[in-house]
Design a protein around this ligand. Structure first.
Ligand SMILES: [Zn+2]
Length: 206
């Protein structure tokens, strides 16, 4: 399994590509870019998926155009399924950045394990930053969206945010995942579960 980060300079968010022998996954395309498009096109013969951690504009902005141009399906948590059509939920209104409304193809349930080619994606619903945000575990890599960052956590001051909920979600991740799980967040550098358990100033050990 090969992971690549494609940072968006204009949005300051991370998009990731995950590749295996027979799977090609794009996580959180905040904007359409040639390199993300090429990744999906070059791996046409593999099973492909666009996975969204949550509904905010800087994580979903490129999804619809990628789907259209590459015929790749989009998946998002079931409790966020309607949110991508709402400019208040995507924070498109709040930040004044237009995202054309769309609906995903697949609604993911908490605890579900998606199969994409030979890859298994374990899905954890992690509310707190948004209502139905998800973190995705592929082998020992966790894509944590805006739930858990290196030495930080996602904002909870937006209308659907809750510090109590995000703390619960992160503690659940600390409990469920081995310390050496590598965390690939929606913003900033990668980290590890064990490191955050010990040093995260917002949510520490269970
Ligand atoms: Zn967000």
């Amino acid at each position: 399994m090969k992971i690549k980060v494609i940072p968006s300079a204009s949005l300051g968010a991370n998009c990731y590509t995950v590749l295996s022998d027979n799977a090609a996954i794009v996580i959180d395309p905040g904007e359409f870019s040639q390199s993300i498009y090429d990744f999906l096109e070059e791996n046409k013969e593999k099973q492909r998926l666009i996975l969204l951690t949550h509904c905010h504009f800087d994580h979903i902005g490129g999804a619809e155009k990628l789907r259209e141009r590459t015929e790749t399906k989009i998946a998002i948590g079931e409790n966020e399924f309607e949110a991508t059509i709402s400019s208040s939920k995507t924070l498109s209104d709040y930040f004044g950045i237009f995202v054309s409304p769309f609906k995903a193809d697949i609604a993911i349930k908490n605890g579900e394990i998606l199969s994409v080619g030979n890859l298994k994606v374990k899905c954890f619903e992690t509310p707190g930053h948004t209502v139905g945000g998800m973190c995705y575990l592929l082998e020992n890599a966790l894509f944590s969206g805006d739930t858990l960052f290196k030495l930080s956590i996602g904002r909870t001051d937006f209308p659907d945010g809750s510090f109590k909920e995000i703390s619960k979600s992160i503690k659940m991740l600390y409990e469920e995942l081995p310390d050496d799980t590598v965390v690939f967040p929606g913003h900033g550098e990668a980290t590890q579960i064990g490191y955050e358990k010990n040093y995260n100033p917002y949510v520490r050990n269970v």
